[in-house]
Design a protein around this ligand. Structure first.
Ligand code: B12
Length: 216
């Protein structure tokens, strides 16, 4: 049987090779071998995608490569999804409404945050990507959410996180929820500037900050 390190290395390779089938296979093998899904996501798929992103930025790779790499990661994540869901038992720590902000279709980071929060015992209402501000509002109200989280991957869409703050205020529910922002261009300074309650750098940080607030 392959070791954990070998499986993680193959998960990385599947994304770097843009190979959906290999990603599915290695995800299944990771499950069969009882490897922690967090490790395969963070150290395998996500690490490889980070590498593809850097090579895209340096001009070595192009947009079709990015799409193919994120598709491969998506294929692997689909296989891991039931394991993530399976970990969700018992009483939830808090309810988190989460989505990628209006105008932005980058979903990979948000999906990782959603998966890690679920694993940690939070209920996550995942609204998907390119989420209209109104949809955050109705989901927050309907679910009596404790947290409204938004992801933005572009400098052109992070401004919509301001709209979300304003809309929650106008709807009179800003006081009942904590707002959480994240995504590559988002910083603590940005969160402070727009009045968001929580900024987290990555999924692990998001879990630990929310646990700090809600897990008593
Ligand atoms: C993959 C990718 C894509 C994929 C997205 C696939 C998908 N389903 O998500 C595709 C190919 C579709 C794509 C499209 C585009 N992309 Co693109 N893309 C990327 C890339 C390479 C990686 C993003 C990623 O997934 N990273 C991996 C994840 C794991 O990291 P992450 O998202 O940062 O998430 C982590 C943290 O940020 C945090 N986090 C994330 N969300 C949240 C939310 C909360 C609440 C919290 C607490 C934490 C948190 O936790 C996550 C896990 O640890 C980045 C470059 C980069 N280095 O960021 C460009 C990048 C974001 N894209 C960019 C652009 C311009 C585009 C396009 C406009 C390209 C085009 N010309 O068509 C379109 C976007 C169209 C649109 N309307 O949205 C630019 C944005 C520039 C800017 N203005 O800021 C970047 C920076 C590349 C570049 N340098 O030019 N892209």
């Amino acid at each position: 049987m392959a070791t954990k390190e070998e499986i993680i290395a193959r998960a990385k390779a599947a994304v770097l090779d843009f190979d959906d089938e290999a990603a599915e296979e290695v995800a299944q093998e990771a499950l069969d071998a009882g490897i922690n899904v967090i490790e395969i996501i963070e150290n395998g798929f996500s690490a490889a995608l980070g590498n593809v992103g850097e090579r895209f930025e340096s001009g070595e790779l192009f947009l079709p490569h990015l799409i193919a790499a994120s598709d491969a990661m998506g294929a692997g994540m689909k296989v891991l999804a039931p394991a993530v869901e399976g970990k969700i038992k018992g009483e939830k720590i808090a309810k988190v409404v989460l989505g990628t902000i209006e105008g932005d279709i980058h979903s990979i980071g948000k999906d990782i945050v959603a998966a890690m929060l679920k694993i940690a015992g939070f209920e996550v209402i995942d609204l998907g990507r390119d989420v209209p501000i109104d949809k955050y509002l109705s989901a927050a109200k309907e679910n009596s959410a404790d947290v409204v989280g938004s992801s933005a991957l572009m400098t052109t869409t992070m401004v919509n996180q301001i709209k979300l703050e304003e809309a929650l205020n106008e709807a009179g529910i800003r006081g009942q929820v904590k707002t959480m922002v994240g995504g590559a261009p988002v910083t603590q300074t940005w969160a402070d500037e727009i009045g968001a309650d929580i900024y987290a750098e990555n999924a692990r940080d998001a879990v630990s900050q929310l646990k700090g607030i809600f897990a008593k």
